[in-house]
Design a protein around this ligand. Structure first.
Ligand SMILES: [Zn+2]
Length: 292
C-alpha cells in the first residue's frame, strides 16, 4: 500500500458508490456478529464453535438457514423460536446489530479501504467476543486473548501504521525498517497495557490480601496494547477505569452491595479499547496539545 494509493477514497479505488461499500461492510459485520453469538455461547462451555449447527436451546429444533438471517429473522419471528415459541434472547440481534455498526464505523472513521481494514475488523470482533463472554461468564478465555496477542504483533509488522511510534523512529530506532519500528511499538504497547494491569493486581493483592483480578485482564491488555500502541492503550485503561467506576457506583446505589463485589473489568476495558481505536487519536492529540 503506497501513500498515493491510501490517499484515494474507497470510491476512487473500486469505482463503487460509498454507500454500497458501507452496506457491504455492515452486512459482513452482521454475519460475523451472528458467528460471535455462537462463540459467546459455546466457547466458555468448551463446545465446538463450528459443529453442530445452531439449535433452539429450549426444544433442540435445528434452526433453518432462513431463520438464521442476522437481526431480520429475530424481528420476523418476533423474538420466538418457530417450533416451540420459546423466547430468544434479544442479545442475539443486539450483538449482530452492534457488530454491523462497529464494522461500519471502523470503515468510515479509521481504516477506509486499506490493508488495515481486515485487521481492524478482526480486532473489533475479538474484543466484542471478550466483552460479552466476560459479561456472561466472568472470564476472558486464553483461546481468544493469547492468539489475539500474536495476531496483534503480526498485524503491526504487516500494517506498520501504529500510532505513537514517531519518537522511536526518530530516536533510539532511527534507521530501522518501518515494520521493525512498528513491532517494537507494539511490544511497548503490550508492556504498558499488560504491565499496568499486572501491577495493579499485584498491589491490590499486597494491600488487601485478596486477588483483585484474574490474569485474563492482563492477557487481554497485552493484545490491546500491541494492537493499539501505548498512547491509545493509556486511553483504553483510563476509559475502562472511568466507565467501570461509574457502573460500579450505579450498581452499588441500586443494589446496596459492598465494595468486595467483583465487576467483570474486561467489559469496560473492551469498551475503552474499541472507543480508543475509533476516536482516540484526535482525543490524544488534543490532550497533548494542551501542554504545548
Ligand atoms: Zn424451540
Amino acid at each position: 500500500m503506497t501513500i498515493s494509493q491510501s490517499m484515494l477514497t474507497p470510491e476512487e479505488i473500486t469505482g463503487l458508490p460509498f454507500v454500497f461499500l458501507l452496506f457491504t461492510v455492515a452486512t459482513v459485520g452482521a454475519i460475523i456478529g451472528s458467528f460471535l453469538n455462537v462463540v459467546i455461547h459455546r466457547l466458555p462451555r468448551e463446545e465446538s464453535v463450528v459443529f453442530p449447527h445452531s439449535r433452539c436451546p429450549s426444544c433442540e429444533a435445528a434452526i433453518h438457514p432462513y431463520d438464521n438471517v442476522p437481526v431480520l429473522s429475530w424481528l420476523v419471528l418476533r423474538g420466538r423460536c418457530r417450533a416451540c415459541r420459546a423466547p430468544i434472547s434479544p442479545r442475539y440481534p443486539a450483538v449482530e446489530a452492534l457488530t454491523a455498526l462497529l464494522f461500519a464505523l471502523t470503515f468510515c472513521l479509521r481504516s477506509g479501504l486499506t490493508l488495515a481494514l481486515p485487521f481492524d475488523l478482526i480486532f473489533v470482533a475479538s474484543v466484542l467476543a471478550l466483552i460479552f463472554i466476560d459479561a456472561e461468564h466472568m472470564i476472558l478465555p486464553d483461546v481468544i486473548t493469547l492468539p489475539g496477542f500474536v495476531f496483534a504483533l503480526v498485524a503491526r509488522a504487516l500494517v506498520p501504521n501504529l500510532y505513537g511510534v514517531g519518537f522511536l523512529a526518530d530516536g533510539y530506532l532511527a534507521g530501522w525498517p518501518v515494520w521493525a519500528v512498528s513491532l517494537a511499538g507494539a511490544a511497548l504497547g503490550a508492556l504498558v497495557g499488560g504491565g499496568f494491569l499486572w501491577l495493579v493486581g499485584w498491589l491490590w493483592e499486597r494491600v488487601r490480601g485478596v486477588e483483585a483480578m484474574g490474569l485474563g485482564d492482563v492477557k487481554m491488555m497485552l493484545m490491546v496494547g500491541a494492537f493499539l500502541g501505548w498512547p491509545l492503550t493509556v486511553l483504553t485503561i483510563f476509559l475502562g477505569v472511568l466507565t467501570g467506576s461509574v457502573a460500579g457506583i450505579v450498581i452499588m446505589f441500586r443494589r446496596g452491595r459492598d465494595m468486595q463485589m467483583l465487576l467483570p473489568f474486561g467489559i469496560f476495558l473492551g469498551i475503552g479499547a474499541i472507543f480508543s481505536m475509533l476516536f482516540g487519536q484526535p482525543l490524544v492529540e488534543w490532550y497533548a496539545g494542551q501542554f504545548r
